[in-house]
Design a protein around this ligand. Structure first.
Ligand code: ATP
Length: 447
């Protein structure tokens, strides 16, 4: 099998492992040999090879089988003469051949500031990211970016790395997910190379850790992260962190880490608004026009999508990709009718928007209490507990902020809502009745 053959199989894997995993772990694999029933892949680092073996070897083998290759095993070995495509982390890697390798994750070349559309919901996060990317004196440390799924946190982090690398190629910029940080650390512990690990992480100039909520509850990793963090801050090295919620709201994260994370600048990416969604769609549509030159998109289609799909940017992008691919296959203009046919499932899914009022009604019915008690002041447990359940579900199933939820629960303070949400999170692990109730209510609401 040639590398072209492998390229086709890779495409199938993309759908199976998801885009992020694909970009990080599958795309960089090179098929170096296939003989004697063994498919050999070259990988940039040992860590990389171990990770892929552990997590994706079965799926790779399966897809190789399906393509007709005679193979019983996949192996991953270090590239003998590494000549990787230039990545923004390249200078750090190159220097690392003399020193130690910087074990970062590859960056997505599409995630730049140029391709990031700025609107009200993300302007502060964008401005802060730009400032860090200028690479001048460290003004806030860390920069902590948080927000819901698919709102552009990873995109901004990669954009910072790209920009820094362009302006100051000598900088050692390290981007990785918190999960990778943990994996590296556990591996270092196992191989008794903790000192090397420490040295490595303390030698970078800019450290970026994505999805830091992942290390919550993982004690030794938190501890190590905390020390790495402090060492870098002491050396005045820039740190950028992202998470799906504010530092104070990450359950299972030690207080001292929370307070450290809050020391710099904490900014959130708000859910998108109509203008931002339209801007993103226009930008992506322009890009698609370069690929599908003959396709015509009827007036009003992008506006329609920006109105109807308000979940997250990833869904919005997926919808447009499908629309262009479909229209080019059938060779038709992209009209509103075609859009509705082609995206029926996505449109239906985003129609089902759950409101806080609906949640309050369903929870009140379920526990047989009055709807007015949801917003009233009564504190007896038989009422307070269902109310907290409704608060928890409102946080989980809607994109409303805590203050917003508070207003809808009779003008309660956001800290009361946060307390309610936490209480339920704590109880549900030990109380199976409660967790059954929650499952059932979720099913009813998501119907
Ligand atoms: N403002 C924006 N302009 C252009 N593209 C955007 C914007 N916001 C998000 N995207 C795109 O949406 C997709 C999801 O963004 P990204 O992966 O950065 O989200 P995230 O916040 O890291 O999500 P998750 O919590 O799932 O990790 C990416 O393809 C990204 O390029």
């Amino acid at each position: 099998m040639t590398n072209e053959g492998w390229a086709e199989i890779r495409e199938t894997l993309r759908a199976r492992v998801g885009k992020d995993n694909y970009i990080t772990w599958i795309e960089p694999l090179k098929l170096s040999a296939l003989s004697g029933g063994v498919a050999n892949f070259s990988v940039p680092t040992t860590f990389f090879g171990d990770w892929v073996k552990r997590n994706f070897a079965d799926q790779i083998l399966h897809q190789l089988h399906r393509s007709g290759a005679e193979v019983d095993r996949v192996e991953f070995a270090l590239e003998r003469n590494p000549n990787p495509a230039p990545k923004p982390t390249e200078p750090a890697r190159k220097r690392a051949t003399d020193e130690k390798e910087v074990p970062g994750a590859p960056l997505d070349t599409r995630f730049t500031f140029d391709s990031f559309v700025v609107g009200k919901p993300n302007e502060l996060a964008h401005a802060a990211a730009r400032r860090v990317a200028e690479g001048g004196p460290v003004t806030f440390n860390p920069l902590f970016l948080y927000g819901g799924v698919g709102l552009g946190k990873t995109h901004l982090m990669h954009a910072i790395a790209h920009e820094l690398q362009q302006r100051q190629p000598e900088l050692r910029v390290l981007y990785l997910s918190a999960e990778q940080f943990m994996y590296r650390f556990v591996q270092a512990l196992r191989e008794r190379q903790v000192m090397d690990f420490k040295e490595l992480f303390r030698s970078v100039d800019v450290l970026m850790v994505d999805d830091v909520q992942f290390i919550a509850g993982k004690d030794s990793t938190q501890e190590e992260f905390f020390h790495t963090f402090n060492a870098l801050v002491d050396q005045n090295k820039q740190i950028v962190i992202s998470a799906d919620r504010a530092p104070g709201e990450i359950k299972g994260l030690e207080e001292r880490i929370k307070s450290r994370l809050q020391c710099g600048l904490v900014v959130d990416l708000h859910p998108t608004d109509y203008e931002l969604r339209l801007g993103i769609l226009q930008q992506k549509a322009e890009f698609y026009h370069t690929q599908y030159r003959d396709l015509v998109i009827a007036p009003g289609v992008l506006e329609f999508l920006a109105h109807r799909i308000s979940t997250n940017v990833r869904v919005l992008e997926g919808a447009l990709t499908r629309l262009f691919a479909f229209a080019s296959l059938v060779g038709r203009e992209i009209t509103l009718d075609l859009t509705q046919d082609c995206l029926a499932d996505i449109l239906r899914a985003s129609d089902r928007k759950i409101t806080i009022e609906e949640i309050q009604r369903k929870v009140a019915e379920h526990f047989n209490i009055r709807l007015s008690d949801m917003i009233g002041p009564k504190r007896v447990r038989t009422i307070a507990r269902p109310r907290q359940i409704a608060m928890y579900l409102s946080k989980q199933l809607t994109s409303r902020s805590l203050p917003d939820i508070g207003r809808r629960f009779g003008g309660r303070d956001h800290t009361t809502i946060m307390h309610g949400v936490r209480k339920i999170e704590e109880l549900m692990t030990a109380d199976s009745q409660l967790s059954d109730d929650l499952q059932m209510l979720k099913r009813l609401l998501q119907g």
